[in-house]
Each structure stands twice: as structure tokens, then as C-alpha cells.
Ligand binder design. Structure first.
Ligand code: ARG
Length: 479
């Protein structure tokens, strides 16, 4: 790459190989909109505080707006520079000439990049929060529509107890709600503006950080410049929230990959989300869910990568921090596309009630209900547990399901069994009788769904209030 090192970033004596090695433009050009919005606010403040003449501030603003519009129209060729910040300054100079030299007054790339990154993280977190709360609402709607479908739950990947599909859906809804709350925390961590601390210790020029804060929609300004220029905690928080979301999405995916196997047969995928094999004509593969599971590895890797980059750095800015770019800039698109593909795919998974039901019966999943029915008749739990276990063993020996056990057979195991106790063997009854909070019982599930619905609504409203780049640009063009 033919990079031009300008005097502005330290002179032209650098080896081209070293310059190319150190350039972040290939990645951070993705921050162009953030950079332009930050510069628009900065120059507006410089004009209002008279750090630079108002007429120059206006010329710079017009130039930045023109660059944004050219980029929007796909007509911007950024100059080959060390990074997006220098590239914009050089482009501005090409566009408006001499006043461009005033833009970087009272600013360093250290506070500039910290600002771009916070704007980026804030935008991604708000968009992800919007998507994630949409996903939670959709899970709630689906759960209500399929509340009568019953399937086995699993512990140790062994069939455990009957649950409703609504309960299974609400389990992931609950995990995603925690992820949405983690995104709210990310937004919290982005609420102070870095711009104005300069390279590390502030500036003697009479700037007013309050003006930039207000223009960029932050709630406060950062507390200490030395901390600010070396801080990537807000980025780590996004990477953590993303990694954790992916862990949940990955586990959901594994459930669905299993459920859609011929071995389980509980569900199938519609043709528009399942992939074929280039060789085996019969295949209908769950690639979408495998890819989500696969991407979870990258999400975790990105978090680990940035933690490792930051760990052990001395205070203040260090160039190592530029290595945040790959992990951070990969995360937003990966998170947002995964969320939208998940929202497209889940409605295209159809559950098969009959198959789910035979999974329940073949798995003796009502054994705990049997024991609890004996407990209700006054038998101590451990004794009831042994009796139910003995009956399971007996029906297994006979090669029949629990529900096929007759009263005579059951009483030959333990005389406490009677017709009313055996009536609990109907799997839908096993679900219907659960009454404890957080259980699979219909009322408990509806209570969970109500909570998920209400929280998703509140958090969606939170996401809608976050200032977005496009809106900031509009306001800044008229500021
Ligand atoms: N490209 C740099 C980064 O992303 C910008 C800050 C450079 N600062 C410096 N003092 N060289 O971190």
C-alpha cells in the first residue's frame, strides 16, 4: 500500500514498510461516520469558544459535511494515510484548503479515537438492544401460541421431566433478557465523552467540553485524561455482552441441531433455512445454527484478545490499543447479523407434537410426578422415590412405557400405588400440575412471559432513546 505519511503525524522519514505495518486505515475506515460526527462537534465547539474564527469553523463544517455526503453516495476515495483520523484531515485539506489546518486544535488522536470508539460501541449496543428486545418479544408470542406442546426437558442430555415448548422458549428468553440488561450496562459505560482531554493531560486552549458533550449526546465528560486515553473498558463490556449472548445463542442452536436430527425428530427446519450437501442428496442440514455456534468461538476470542491487549499496558495511551480495532469492529456486524438471522430462522423451525410426546413416554419422564403423587398421599419422599424407581425398573423389564403400567402391576411393586396415583402418568398433567414460581406450570410460564414482555418493552424504549449517528449528523449540520 502506498501510504503517505504527512508531517502532521510525525514527518515523512518513516520506512514505507513500517508505515504500512503501523497503519490502521484498512480497519478504522469503518469508523468514518463516527470520526466525522466527532469532528463536526469538535469544530462547532472550537468556533463557539472562539478557539478558532467562526468563519473557519464554518468552512471546516461544510467540508466535513461534504465528505460525509460523498461517503454516503459511495463517492469518497479516502487518501492512503496512517489512520482514518489523518485520512479525514488530508481529505478535508483537499476539499477546503487552508482552514483544514485548524481542525485538530486542542485535540489529539488519542482522545479522538477514544471518542470514535465510544460512538461506535454506543451505536452497536443500541442497535443490538433493539434487535434483542425484538427477539425476546417474538419468543414470548411464540411461547403463547405453543403453550400446549409438551416435550422432554434434559439434564445430562438424558430425558428428565415433561415441559411445555413455551417453557423451553422462555428459558432462552430469560437468558436473552440478561444479555439485553448487559447491553444496557454497556450503554451506561459509554455515557461519558472522552473528547477534550487531548493527548493525555488536557489543553491550555479555552475549550468547553460541555458544548461537545451536549452536541454528541453524552451525559457527562470523562473524569481524567490519563485514564481516558488508555481506557477501553467500554469496548470490553460490549465484547463481553456479545460473547455471553453468543454463548446463549450457541446453546439454543445446539438444542435445535439436536431436536432436528432424525434421532430426536422433535422439530424440522423449513427449506429456506436449511442447507443441502454437495454430495448427499437427502441432506437437510442445520448450517444456520451451526454457524451461530461457530461464531460464538470468534465472539469469545475477540473478548479474550482485547483483554490480553490491554492487560499489562502502562497508564495513558499506548499504540498497542490500536489492536482493539480487529476484535471490536468485527463484533458489531457479527452480533447484529446473527441477531437478525436468528429472528428470521426461529419462526422457520416447526415442532412436531407427536414426536415430542413419544420422546416423553419412552423416556419415563413422569417418574418424578409419580413419586410426588405418593408424597401427596403421605409417603416420605425418599420412600416414594424408591417405589417410583422400582416401578420404572419393572416396566423397563417388561418393555412397556410407564403409562402402560396397570394398577395390578404397580401394586405388585408397592401397594401404595392406586389408580389416582397412576393418573399422573399423563404427560400433559405432569406439566399442568406444576404450580411453583418459575416452573413449567401454565400459570408460572405465563407469569414469566409477562415479565419478559414488560422488560423487553422497557429496554426497547431505552434503546430508542440512545442518540444515533445519523440523527447526530442531522443536528450537527444545523448546529
Ligand atoms: N491510529 C491510532 C489508534 O487507533 C490513533 C492514535 C494514535 N496516537 C498516536 N499517538 N500515535 O490508536
Amino acid at each position: 500500500m502506498a501510504l503517505a505519511k504527512t508531517d502532521a503525524s510525525g514527518g515523512s522519514g518513516l520506512l514505507p514498510e513500517v508505515l504500512s505495518f503501523s497503519s490502521s486505515l484498512a480497519l478504522d475506515r469503518q469508523l468514518l461516520r463516527e470520526d466525522l460526527v466527532g469532528s463536526l462537534a469538535h469544530v462547532t465547539m472550537l468556533g463557539r469558544t472562539k478557539v478558532i474564527p467562526e468563519s473557519d469553523a464554518k468552512a471546516i463544517r461544510d467540508g466535513l459535511i461534504e465528505i460525509w455526503k460523498r461517503a454516503d453516495a459511495g463517492k469518497l476515495e479516502l487518501p492512503d494515510e496512517e489512520d482514518v483520523h489523518m485520512a479525514v484531515e488530508v481529505e478535508l485539506n483537499r476539499t477546503i484548503g487552508a482552514p483544514a489546518a485548524l481542525l485538530h486544535s486542542a485535540r489529539s488522536r488519542n482522545d479522538q479515537v477514544a471518542t470514535d470508539l465510544r460512538l461506535h460501541v454506543r451505536e452497536v449496543a443500541a442497535k443490538a438492544l433493539e434487535q434483542l428486545t425484538g427477539l425476546i418479544s417474538e419468543l414470548v408470542t411464540r411461547a403463547r401460541a405453543e403453550k400446549d406442546l409438551i416435550l422432554p426437558s434434559y439434564t445430562h442430555r438424558q430425558r428428565a421431566q415433561p415441559v411445555s415448548l413455551a417453557y423451553w422458549l422462555a428459558s432462552y428468553g430469560s437468558a436473552f433478557l440478561r444479555d439485553a440488561q448487559a447491553l444496557v450496562f454497556v450503554l451506561e459505560q459509554c455515557k461519558r465523552l472522552p473528547l477534550g482531554v487531548g493527548a493525555i493531560s488536557g489543553t491550555s486552549l479555552p475549550i468547553d467540553r460541555e458544548v461537545t458533550r451536549q452536541l454528541l449526546g453524552f451525559e457527562g465528560v470523562t473524569l481524567n485524561g490519563m485514564d481516558t486515553v488508555g481506557d477501553r473498558d467500554f469496548a470490553l463490556d460490549l465484547l463481553y455482552a456479545t460473547a455471553r449472548f453468543f454463548v446463549h445463542a450457541s446453546r439454543l442452536s445446539t438444542d435445535l441441531i439436536d431436536f432436528t436430527t432424525q434421532e430426536f425428530g422433535f422439530a424440522s427446519l423449513s427449506g429456506d433455512i436449511s442447507m443441502g450437501s454437495s454430495m448427499m442428496p437427502q441432506k437437510k442440514n442445520p448450517d444456520v445454527f451451526e454457524l451461530i455456534r461457530g461464531k460464538s468461538g470468534k465472539a469469545i476470542g475477540n473478548l479474550t484478545g482485547l483483554l490480553t491487549t490491554v492487560k499489562g499496558l502502562p497508564g495513558g495511551y499506548n499504540r498497542d490499543l490500536q489492536e482493539d480495532r480487529a476484535s471490536l469492529l468485527e463484533t458489531g456486524p457479527m452480533l447484529l447479523t446473527t441477531l437478525s438471522v436468528l429472528r428470521l430462522s426461529l419462526p422457520r423451525v416447526t415442532f412436531h407434537p407427536e414426536k415430542c410426546r413419544s420422546g416423553l413416554e419412552e423416556g419415563f419422564t413422569q417418574a418424578t410426578d409419580l413419586a410426588e403423587a405418593l408424597v401427596k398421599k403421605g409417603m416420605p419422599f425418599r420412600k416414594a422415590y424408591m417405589a417410583a424407581g422400582a416401578l420404572v425398573k419393572r416396566v423397563q423389564e417388561k418393555g412397556i412405557t410407564l403409562r402402560a403400567a396397570t394398577v395390578e402391576l404397580a401394586q405388585s411393586v408397592d401397594p401404595a400405588f392406586d389408580a389416582s396415583v397412576l393418573s399422573v402418568l399423563e404427560p400433559s398433567g405432569a406439566v399442568a400440575r406444576k404450580a411453583s414460581a418459575g416452573s413449567t406450570g401454565p400459570e408460572a410460564v405465563e407469569a414469566t412471559l409477562k415479565t419478559l414482555e414488560a422488560e423487553a418493552k422497557t429496554l426497547a424504549a431505552h434503546a430508542a432513546k440512545v442518540p444515533r449517528l445519523a440523527a447526530l449528523f442531522q443536528v450537527l449540520t444545523t448546529a
